[in-house]
Design a protein around this ligand. Structure first.
Ligand code: HEC
Length: 120
């Protein structure tokens, strides 16, 4: 390997390292806090069990931050989420049962967070 290539490579490594640091810092908990992603126990109600909610929450965490920052249910109203999630059908690789649970979680959590905002 020539000296010049070596120098080029270490420069590349520096740039890649810097980019990874930035990606790390801007991902994840930026809008975080525990209540940004309410747990199943907080959301369980007449028709939704804590287990179903927790499962939906898990799929949301798994599948929804590959392409952009992780939005949280409180970022949109339930009715806005319906459209967004419908548009996203082809984007996430979940079974229909899994995406049903994800949708259930996001809608319920969005409702819950909206209610808290108004009710406080
Ligand atoms: C394969 C890439 C990909 C994945 C995975 C993905 N998204 Fe997206 N998302 C996009 C793109 C591209 C846009 C911008 C275009 C659009 O709005 O449809 C977007 C936009 C959004 C928006 C903003 C839309 C608006 O109108 O305000 C939200 C909210 C969102 N995504 C939530 C999610 C959720 C929740 C999941 C998990 C179910 C998810 N995304 C998974 C690609 C993805």
């Amino acid at each position: 390997m020539s000296r010049k290539t070596e120098k080029g490579l270490s420069r590349l490594a520096l740039v890649v390292g810097a980019l990874m640091t930035v990606a790390y810092m801007t991902s994840g908990c930026a809008s975080g806090g525990v209540t940004a992603l309410p747990s199943g126990g907080m959301l369980a109600g007449r028709s939704e069990t804590a287990n179903d909610m927790d499962e939906g929450r898990k799929y949301f965490v798994m599948a929804c931050a590959d392409c952009h920052r992780r939005y949280t249910p409180g970022d949109r109203s339930p009715s806005a989420w319906r459209g967004i999630l419908a548009n996203h059908k082809g984007r996430v690789s979940l079974t229909s049962e899994q995406s049903g649970k994800l949708t259930g979680y996001v809608l319920r959590a969005s409702e819950y967070l909206e209610g808290r905002k108004e009710g406080k």
